[in-house]
Design a protein around this ligand. Structure first.
Ligand code: G3P
Length: 221
């Protein structure tokens, strides 16, 4: 399973890239709204930092025609832009056009809350689908269970759309979607940092250093 960073913050993105674990970035209008500066410049800079890796950027239009137009503008900003299209009939029409007409634009269909939505998005031509597991848990459904179901269906139906587990809220979500076979987990930076830590690791380092210091002191005496 690959990790994408779910962020539009340049500091977080640079830091996560330096860890060597990030294979892409996903943004959404909420994440972008937290950042300063012109939107298109921010997108170009994120895409430059990610080199050949995919960067999902979401459209705001609500009609298929508007989505297609916006998607083409976003795709022209950098080679590695993936256009995020919200699920729905208008979204499906837009994905179908973007994946079959003219210069193809890879699409990530977002706000997926059922396996049927994922199936439709895949058939329309989506390169990625993004089930939002945290928001499903928020309403007492099973977000990880949905990822498991989509993976089972996509595997037995031999669909090549990649599944991005999104709306990840904590490290256990990451382990569970990995076990479910998700192709990608897009994680906020705070979760990525939590994943790297364990109290026993900290304690172990502390003990090694203390033992080393003690030996060295004894050597010097
Ligand atoms: O990748 C989608 C994600 O940004 C949504 O997360 O926490 O707002 O449900 P959240």
């Amino acid at each position: 399973m690959k990790f994408f960073l779910d962020s539009a913050n340049l500091q977080e993105i640079k830091e996560a890239i330096s860890w060597g674990v990030i294979s892409g970035v996903t943004t959404n209008p909420t994440l972008v709204s937290k950042e300063a500066g012109p939107f298109e410049e921010l997108v170009k800079e994120i895409c430059r930092l990610l080199q050949d890796n995919p960067v999902s950027v979401e459209v705001l239009s609500t009609t298929s025609g508007g989505m297609v137009e916006e998607a083409r503008r976003l795709a022209a900003l950098a080679e590695n832009v993936v256009v995020k299209i919200p699920m729905g009939v208008e979204g499906l029409k837009a994905v179908y056009r973007l994946s079959s007409e003219g210069k193809r634009v890879p699409c990530n269909v977002t706000l997926i809350f059922s396996a049927n939505q994922a199936l439709l998005a895949s058939r329309a031509g989506a390169a990625y689908v993004s089930p939002f597991i945290g928001r499903i848990d928020d309403i007492s459904w099973d977000g990880v269970g949905l990822v498991r179901k989509i993976m089972d269906i996509f595997t037995c139906q031999k669909l090549d759309t990649l599944v991005i587990a999104a709306s990840i809220r904590h490290p256990l979500h990451v382990e569970e979607v990995a076990a479910a076979g998700a192709h990608v987990a897009t994680v906020p930076f705070s979760v990525l940092r939590q994943m790297s830590r364990h109290p026993l690791t900290d304690l172990g380092i502390e003990r090694f250093l203390a033992d080393w210091e003690k030996t060295r002191r004894e050597e010097k005496i």
